[in-house]
Design a protein around this ligand. Structure first.
Ligand SMILES: *Cc1c(COP(=O)(O)O)cnc(C)c1O
Length: 388
């Protein structure tokens, strides 16, 4: 199935809605049945039937079909946030006494789920440096049920060899979950590499307009039925039909947005890598990335998340740089049409030491490259770096 067909047509039954080009927003919590016999079949398989919008909704179903096709998965479930999608996948995969292996420094709320919440229910997690497959082998125990991956991971974009981890886990009957938000299904296909479940913060590139918080989980129908019967229906962290409708609209331009982001990002990367006031540029396609070979094997196009390590030992200088940016909005999240800057130092008090022994240096600023002209962004970065 070609990409344009998925984005423009798949899942849409226009003859059923008067030829409307934009699909109807089915803003209904319930779906009525003409007979008891029909209602009984609705109850028998809520995963496939339209009965109640906490389970299924026709507008959300269009999004699910498109997303499953993009990931090369049998099916997809839609959630009210990326965090909900990840939590549901994890909760469906473990029980008390189980052990989880997770890549070091995943998205903050993935870490919080595994490190802070799950120990209350008797589930322990070992965090490993995911750049070396040997670390997974070492961390896996007889009790390991799940491996949680995020490739590239948050802030510094270390990657895991997805095919190698999937092979290792499958051989031992361990389930794998990969957060694919950074690369998007256009640039990386974890399911084709053997990963069982793929999660997305659709808040980021998939929606792309900074106006929806959403999550998606892709996998086999059997696994997703397990998630559906468990955390999906019980926690009820679903995506509303309206937000699904907005996401379908966002997806229409996913391919052109990602192409534009990749081209702009490569130009901005070149500028940043040559700048004397930058100590290091973190990006999977950065020329000094020791994992560049893996990037070329595993990721097709560049995403627009770049983390720069400013050449300074003063938090005040980092603040001067960030405060001087005019075209980058300073906030959290990423993946929208607009360029963003997120300074790590904003999370800490102003007198925190810039290079604490553990954790990330406070000289890091994460940039999300949007759809602006590359020269505009480079010009803005150049003038702000002058203020450093
Ligand atoms: C933002 C993000 C999430 C969480 O998604 P929400 O939609 O904010 O809940 C998960 N993983 C990664 C890599 C993210 O950047």
């Amino acid at each position: 199935m070609d990409l344009s067909y998925i984005l423009n047509h798949l899942g849409e039954e226009r003859e059923g809605y008067h030829g409307a080009v934009s699909p109807p927003l089915m803003q209904s919590s319930i779906f009525a049945y003409p007979t008891v016999a029909r209602m009984r079949t609705g109850f028998a398989d809520e995963f496939a039937e339209h009965l109640y919008t906490r389970g299924n909704n026709p507008t959300v179903a269009i999004l699910r079909k498109k997303m499953a096709a993009l990931e090369g998965a049998e099916d997809c479930l839609a959630f009210g946030s990326g965090a909900a999608a990840i939590s549901a996948a994890v909760f469906a995969s473990i029980r008390a006494g189980d052990h989880v292996v997770c890549v070091a420094r995943p998205y903050s709320w993935t870490r919080s789920l595994l490190r802070d919440l799950l120990p209350k229910f008797g589930v322990a997690t070992t965090f490993v440096d995911g750049t070396d497959i040997g670390n997974f082998e070492e961390a896996i125990t007889d009790g390991t049920r799940l491996v949680v991956l995020e490739s590239p991971n948050s802030m510094t974009y270390e990657q895991q060899d997805l095919a190698a981890v999937a092979r290792l886990a499958r051989g031992r009957g361990i389930r794998t979950l990969c957060d694919n938000s950074f690369a998007t299904p256009l640039n990386q296909s974890p399911i084709a590499l053997g990963i069982d479940l793929v999660a997305h913060s659709a808040t980021k590139y998939l929606n792309g307009h900074s106006d929806v918080v959403a999550g998606l989980l892709c996998g086999s129908e059997a696994l997703l039925r397990e998630v559906f019967k468990g955390p999906y229906m019980t926690f009820g962290a679903i995506l509303s039909p309206h937000d699904a409708w907005l996401l379908i609209r966002g997806l229409r331009t996913l391919a052109v947005r990602m192409e534009r982001v990749a081209a702009t990002t490569m130009r901005v990367l070149g500028f940043l890598e040559a700048h004397p006031k930058i100590r290091r540029v973190h990006h999977p396609h950065a020329t000094d990335n020791p994992q560049l070979g893996l990037t070329r094997r595993q990721i097709s196009g560049a995403s627009g998340m770049i983390t720069i390590d400013l050449a300074t030992d003063e938090v005040a200088a980092v603040e001067r740089f960030c405060d001087a940016l005019r075209r980058f909005l300073m906030t959290v999240s990423w993946g929208g049409y607009e360029s963003l800057a997120f300074p790590v130092c904003a999370v800490f008090p102003p007198d925190a030491p810039l290079r604490a022994t553990a954790g990330l240096p406070l000289s890091l600023v994460r940039l999300s490259i949007g759809l602006e002209d590359a020269d505009v962004l480079i010009g803005d970065l150049a003038q702000a770096l002058d203020k450093l």
